[in-house]
Ligand binder design. Structure first.
Ligand SMILES: [Zn+2]
Length: 108
């Protein structure tokens, strides 16, 4: 992205009076997330109104069911994983079967 494009995305973001860009995202990613419509960022399904700030994506329930898994399953799926590294991996507390409600479970 050119420097001029960053200026355009910042102006667009300010134009909608939205929240400031998260430090972990580019201006372009932020603009798409805020202004890109209520579509799942994985499959494109319409009607996904909630943005999941924890995983920095707008994801429909079927995609959460097929792409996220509970922390308790991590060791089975990746037996050689290093547990301390999981502190660095973004997770959400809203799983695919939670109907939009948070839980005490971490979903990666
Ligand atoms: Zn989806």
């Amino acid at each position: 992205m050119s420097r001029n494009a960053i200026t355009v995305w910042k102006a667009a973001s300010e134009g909608v009076h939205g929240p400031p860009c998260l430090e972990c995202l580019s201006e372009h990613q932020w603009a798409v997330w805020i202004c890109g419509g209520a579509k799942c960022q994985v499959c494109g399904a319409k009607g996904v109104l909630k943005m999941d700030f924890s995983i920095r994506h707008r994801v429909c329930t079927p995609c959460k069911k097929s792409n996220l898994f509970a922390a308790s399953k991590f060791a089975k799926l990746y037996p050689n994983y290093v547990p301390v590294l999981m502190k660095l991996v973004p997770y959400t507390n809203v799983g695919g079967r939670a109907h939009g409600h948070t839980s005490g479970t971490k979903f990666f």
